[in-house]
Design a binder for this molecule. Structure first.
Ligand code: MG
Ligand code: MG
Length: 262
């Protein structure tokens, strides 16, 4: 986060698309494998194998965070139910009715891709289906609104309005980010709008590549750490949460999704 916004050439964007393709494959593999009775560690093991086979580097592994007790130990963040983001894979067994957010970042040939989906484990309740659907639609809405010359705050405002119209809330403490040779670059990409956020607003320009990642809660937007390891983030009221993310390049024509499997 030192160098300011770094625009990417179309050649660089194609290299990022290759990294994004690996992320997409990992998430599709997890989607196919995730079912009641599996542990989040088993899903992570499969993801690590696939990333290594593809010649990629698992970006999350070894990441340090200011208060965290240990570097992040896995390739995936697996966040179940009331867990919002940064869940550490382990021996938790997935149950029918759970919702599992899976976040994956891969570096390939020096460039990064970052994407997340929230998956139903077996049949889930109708309110939870709605939560997943609205969160995914909020990401899709943002992507559809991208074009050069717009300001991010206009899109963030629409994302927030869409979420709140459905009775849900947008997480403030965690936001999207620029991405390129580093997983986290400038700018910060919030999914809500307020006058403080307006100070760091930015204009969409061709070559800007963003990881857009709405985190949507059923109840309060407030979050906290689950344990004293200071990794897993949970909702303060322990109601459930969903998360979807794509790495998206701004082009002359609009948006190019780099983690969409194309
Ligand atoms: Mg991510
Ligand atoms: Mg991200």
């Amino acid at each position: 986060m030192k160098r300011g916004i770094i625009l990417k050439s179309s050649r660089e964007i194609e290299v990022m698309r290759a990294a994004g393709r690996v992320v997409h494959q990992v998430l599709e593999q997890v989607r196919a494998a995730a079912r009641p009775g599996m542990t989040t560690a088993q899903l992570n093991d499969e993801a690590e194998r696939l990333i290594a086979e593809a010649g990629g580097v698992a970006l999350f592994k070894g990441v340090e965070a200011p208060r965290a007790r240990f570097p992040f130990p896995a390739a995936l963040c697996t966040s179940v139910n009331e867990e919002v983001v940064h869940g550490v894979p382990g021996d938790r067994v997935l149950l029918s009715g759970d919702v599992l957010s899976v976040d994956c970042g891969v570096k390939l040939n020096g460039y990064c891709g970052d994407s997340a989906v929230t998956l139903p484990i077996g049949p889930i309740t109708e309110p939870n289906q709605k939560l997943l659907q609205v969160t995914q639609e909020t990401l899709e809405l943002a992507i559809a609104e991208i074009r050069p010359g717009r300001r991010w705050s206009e899109i963030a405002r629409q994302m927030q309005e869409y979420v709140e119209r459905h009775g849900f809330t947008v997480v403030r403490e965690f936001v999207g980010h620029g991405i390129g040779q580093e997983m986290h670059e400038d700018p910060k990409v919030p999914n809500y709008y307020d006058r403080f956020q307006a100070r760091s607003d930015f204009e969409l320009r061709p070559g800007l590549v963003l990881a857009i990642e709405p985190m949507v809660n059923m109840g309060t937007c407030d979050v906290e750490y689950k344990d004293l390891d200071f990794w897993t983030v949970v909702t303060r009221d322990r109601r459930w949460s969903a998360h979807f993310e794509h790495t998206v390049a701004v082009t002359e024509q609009g948006a190019a999704v780099l983690t969409g499997g194309t």
